[in-house]
Write a protein that binds this ligand. Structure first.
Ligand code: ATP
Ligand code: MG
Length: 553
């Protein structure tokens, strides 16, 4: 090792520092983390950070990670989301050591609740939520005990049994831990452990009508799995005391909780609840709409797992919340796609150009690189024919000074082909441009140019005879303000031009062979991928990101 370069296991953040020191001190022989999503929606970019942190860190230190569904709320959880989440984690490049469900532990959790009752540390409470809130006191004044707090363990056992047996309606009573009504931590003032919900669960069906609260399920699930480092977001800091208390009272494996700041990104919202509203109220086409910050949406938009992992790495794991720039995300995907994307030609707004001095059928074959960043991808032939398409944006009838593209009498180079000169602009009776008549300079062939002409502009083009039609969907940021979540109604700030559909684009024939996993750079336009709605008869491409940052609110 060179002096001063540090070891390969240099900790990248405070979580890694803790893990490294726990391994070095022998506190743990190996690291086991878990990623614990609630299956009530699709994963978003924030979850992606948590996945990279949990799986990536364990991997770095030779450990493992469980995927555990935190499925304690029967009403909001669905199998569709479970499958979506497993798919997303694997797509990001991670293999869970195990796939577990908090609901797998319902029997064990029930037994532990019985144990707590027997120890005189839990009681069945018939107070209403309002009464409980009032009795809890405030952070500056202690709570007051109600009559249920002194019920005997025997009575509580019988009542809890009846709760489980379905004898009481929803919300009729709860099981609460008996801890400390004077604690400065409100979470320690006799927190709820179980509530009654006569609802079918996606895995346990109608077996249960009492369901554990997050605090009663999470720590014990960690402990059952022998999770060494239970990493979660900052809002769980006040839960940590309860997490430790429960583990201690039950005398089970001492998993430890560590907290980091949520990842935020500007111009988007990052809460499943809000994303769900966008889907259910049809502001977007679904959870995988390419404008959504969901992993499914970003995948469909053309983001790569590498670019998302890189974004998380660069955004960093911190103890304080901050807002990350969406520019950073776009930078990461451009950087990755620049290396990987095959260069292809698309003309979004075709303008017909007739090459007057090329014979009908007089095809000239050219060659162009598939990816100059990766010479192994080779070259492909492209046909130069009598009629070609150029983009309307590359022609101006009355150009400003220093305009380097095509204008009447002016010259431009066709990428990987010849220089052409605009001889005539053909219009209809209303003055609309129908086509251009241009001549080409046969001595100006790319790579063998003996014409001696100096031409500044290079534009892309397609042989009209060979090009195929395609729909191109130009996606932009979904919101027009930096922090939509802080608005009264975040849905009112949806960016009206977040999707522009170009229905009549032309693309080169090689794109007919495109597969969903392929990534393309449409030359001079941006990065694109095939959309799953694409068919052989109707190609559809999504813009992942433009070539440069051109955002204007
Ligand atoms: P949301 O608020 O969007 O519903 P959540 O935290 O309720 O998110 P869970 O399914 O409970 O969603 O989260 C699974 C894991 O992902 C948790 O450990 C949670 O802390 C983490 N997580 C969620 N959002 C973010 C975020 N923005 N940044 C980092 N981690 C996150
Ligand atoms: Mg949640």
């Amino acid at each position: 090792m060179e002096i001063g370069t540090g070891s390969a296991l240099e900790p990248a953040n405070f979580i890694e520092e803790i893990i490294q020191s726990d391994l070095e001190s022998g506190k743990h022989a190996a690291v086991l983390t878990r990623f614990p999503p609630e299956p009530n929606g699709y994963l978003h970019l924030g979850h992606c950070a948590s996945i990279v942190l949990n799986f990536g860190t364990a991997q770095k230190y030779g450990g493992k990670t469980n995927l555990r569904f935190d499925d304690t709320n029967p009403e909001t959880e669905e199998t569709e989301f479970v499958e979506g989440i497993i798919n997303d984690v694997k797509w990001l490049g991670y293999e869970p050591a195990n796939i577990f469900y908090a609901s797998d532990y319902f029997d064990q959790l029930y037994d532990w609740a019985v144990l707590l009752i027997k120890k005189g540390l839990a009681y069945v409470d018939f107070s209403s939520p309002e009464e409980v809130a009032a009795q809890k006191g405030t952070p500056t004044s202690p709570g007051t005990a109600n009559q249920y707090r002194s019920t005997s363990p025997e009575e509580n056992l019988a009542l809890f049994e009846r709760m489980k047996a379905g004898e009481f309606p929803d919300g009729h009573c709860t099981l609460r831990a008996k801890i400390d009504l004077g604690s400065p931590n409100m979470h320690m003032r006799d927190p709820y452990l179980y509530r009654i919900k006569h609802a079918a669960h996606h895995r346990t069906g109608t077996k249960w009508c009492i369901y554990p609260m997050y605090d009663w399920a999470h720590g014990q699930s960690d402990s059952i799995e022998k999770i060494t480092h239970s990493i979660c977001t900052l809002e769980f800091i006040p839960h940590r005391e309860l997490y430790d208390w429960i583990i201690q009272q039950l005398g089970i494996f001492p998993s430890k909780q560590y907290e980091f700041a949520r990842i935020n990104v500007n111009y988007t919202v990052m809460s499943k609840r809000k994303l769900k509203q966008l889907v259910e109220e049809k502001y977007v086409a679904g959870w995988d709409d390419p404008r959504m910050p969901t992993i499914a949406g970003m995948r469909r938009r053309g983001y790569t797992p590498t670019s998302l992992r890189e974004f998380v790495k660069r955004a960093g794991i911190a103890k304080r919340e901050k807002i990350n720039e969406v520019n950073l995300l776009e930078f990461c995907v451009r950087e990755d796609l620049n290396k990987k994307a095959l260069r292809r030609i698309a003309v979004l707004n075709p303008l017909k150009v007739v090459i007057t001095n090329l014979a009908e059928g007089g095809t000239e074959w050219m060659e162009t690189e598939n990816n100059p960043e990766d010479p192994n991808t080779g070259k492909r032939p492209i046909a130069f024919t009598k009629t070609i398409w150029i983009d309307q944006e590359d022609f101006m009838e009355n150009p400003p000074p220093k305009y380097f593209r095509l204008s009447p009498g002016g010259m431009v180079r066709l990428k990987s082909a010849f220089i052409i000169r605009c001889e005539e602009v053909v219009k209809d009776d209303s003055g609309n441009i129908l086509e251009l008549h241009c001549s080409y300079i046969p001595e100006s062939r790319s790579g063998q140019d003996t014409s001696g002409l100096k031409v500044q502009g290079v534009i892309h083009w397609l042989s009209a005879e060979h090009a195929v039609p395609a729909e191109v969907r130009l996606y932009d940021r979904l919101f027009s303000v930096e922090d939509p979540a802080s608005e009264d109604d975040f849905k009112k700030t949806i960016h009206p031009a977040s999707l522009e559909v170009v229905e009549k684009a032309m693309v080169e024939p090689a794109l007919q062979e495109a597969a969903l996993v392929d990534r393309f750079q449409f030359m001079r336009i941006g990065y694109f991928c095939l959309d799953p709605e694409s068919t052989r008869d109707k190609l559809v491409f999504n813009r992942t990101v433009s070539l440069k940052d051109t955002w204007k609110p």
